[in-house]
Design a protein around this ligand. Structure first.
Ligand SMILES: Cc1ncc(COP(=O)(O)O)c(C=O)c1O
Length: 389
């Protein structure tokens, strides 16, 4: 069987690759500590599960649903954006629900790029930005995220001709995989740059609610003029431990939302009604789960980062997300060698930074998605490797 040429650039995903190494060593370890995929290990609130159950029990809820989403959900999204960020959204025209932000991110380049068009994509980045751009026939122009520039793109270094030709830019703060954050002034710069060069901006805001020590990340749409140039994705996956239910939304510029809705209406249907109703209940109802998530991830972050620092590992303490981005020890050739070694010699799974882009290759990403005892055990096992002594 011959697959299309566009399939040639698609590798088996990194979680499957790491899974193969895990199988090789499974017998050696009583427990493999999996800090790989960023899948929340905590549950949604009880009232959200109850709403889902009630919705599933109602025979009227099994029809196709409209592409933009139920009015109840869009209303809930608009109210949440107003409460959380002070951003006004018109539920009719400025909001669309999605089967996870991954669905929207996968469609986005097809909406805005013709073959050969340029998209400005951070390196490293959440992989779908690059993959979806290439699947649409677009050309990725990397925006390097380096420690020297606080892991923010330096727009003054983007070639002017490239900037003028670029049609789309995707950004993500708080960031996966780097776990870094962006100040509101950076978003102002983004708006100015996008206006000047006529670039559609998509800000992927999956982690705004998982922030620590009282820090409250902003929405890109808080910046005056942002709605003229872009949209923002937000997902219920991490905020409300809803990842398997597949519910997210894109909000912002009505023309861009309309274009996304048009493509989506030709390729899909709306989200299952009970999931949308449960999502609305999550957004409207008590936010205890979100607060508990924050405290739990914050404690885990402290345990992991403090524990690894005590071994001599120089690691930044992130202000947000469910990840820790750690430089690999100097004596390793690359991030894959190091991640494979961690599985083989410590039974600990992390993701090699190269999975997120070339500039990730001297880092690995820890997901703080395991209970505290497992994080302590992981530190103990890593200690025995004497990586920094
Ligand atoms: C930055 C970022 N964007 C989007 C997603 C996809 O989330 P969803 O479950 O809404 O598709 C993830 C999931 O890990 C992510 O880290």
């Amino acid at each position: 069987m011959q697959t299309a040429k566009r399939m040639n650039n698609l590798k088996t995903d990194i979680f499957t690759e790491m899974g193969k190494i895990v199988e090789e060593v499974r017998d050696k370890w009583e427990q493999i500590i999996d800090l790989g995929i960023g899948s929340p290990d905590r549950s949604p609130a009880e009232h959200v599960i109850k709403c889902l159950l009630d919705g599933v029990a109602n025979p009227a809820n099994y029809r196709y649903t409209s592409i933009r989403g139920l009015p109840e959900l869009r209303e809930a999204v608009a109210n949440w954006y107003q409460r959380r960020f002070g951003v006004e959204l018109n539920p009719e025209t400025e909001i669309i629900s999605l089967m996870g932000s991954q669905e929207g991110l996968a469609l986005l380049p097809q909406v805005f790029l013709d073959p050969g068009d340029i998209a400005l994509i951070p390196d490293p980045c959440y992989p779908i930005y690059r993959i979806a751009t290439e699947l649409a026939g677009g050309v990725v122009y990397p925006l390097p995220l380096t420690a020297e520039n606080d892991f923010l793109p330096d727009f003054s270094r983007v070639d002017l001709q490239i900037a003028d030709r670029a049609k789309l830019m995707i950004l993500n703060y708080p960031n996966n995989p780097i776990a870094c954050t962006a100040p509101p002034e950076f978003f102002e710069e983004v708006v100015n740059f996008a206006r000047k060069h006529n670039i559609v901006v998509c800000h992927d805001a999956a982690y705004t609610e998982l922030a620590f020590d009282g820090y409250r990340p902003s929405s890109f749409l808080e910046i005056p003029g942002a709605k003229e140039v872009g949209i923002e994705f937000h997902s219920l996956s991490k905020t409300y431990n809803f990842a398997g239910c597949r519910l997210a939304f894109a909000v912002g510029n009505p023309e861009l939302i309309e274009a996304l809705a048009r493509l989506r209406s030709n390729t899909n249907y709306g989200v299952f009604t009970p999931i949308q109703l449960a999502g609305a209940a999550a957004l409207n109802g008590p936010q205890d789960v979100v607060n508990e998530n924050v405290l739990s991830y914050q404690r885990r972050r402290d345990i992991l980062v403090d524990g690894l620092r005590a071994l001599g590992w120089k690691i930044a303490k992130p202000k947000a997300t469910m990840f820790v981005w750690a430089p690999i020890p100097d004596n390793y050739e690359n991030s894959t060698d190091f991640a494979v070694d961690l599985i083989r010699r410590a039974g600990v799974v992390v993701i090699p930074g190269s999975a997120f882009g070339n500039l990730g290759d001297r880092y690995v990403r820890f997901g703080i998605v395991a209970p505290e005892e497992q994080l302590l055990e992981a530190i103990e096992r890593i200690k025995n490797l004497h990586l920094f002594s």
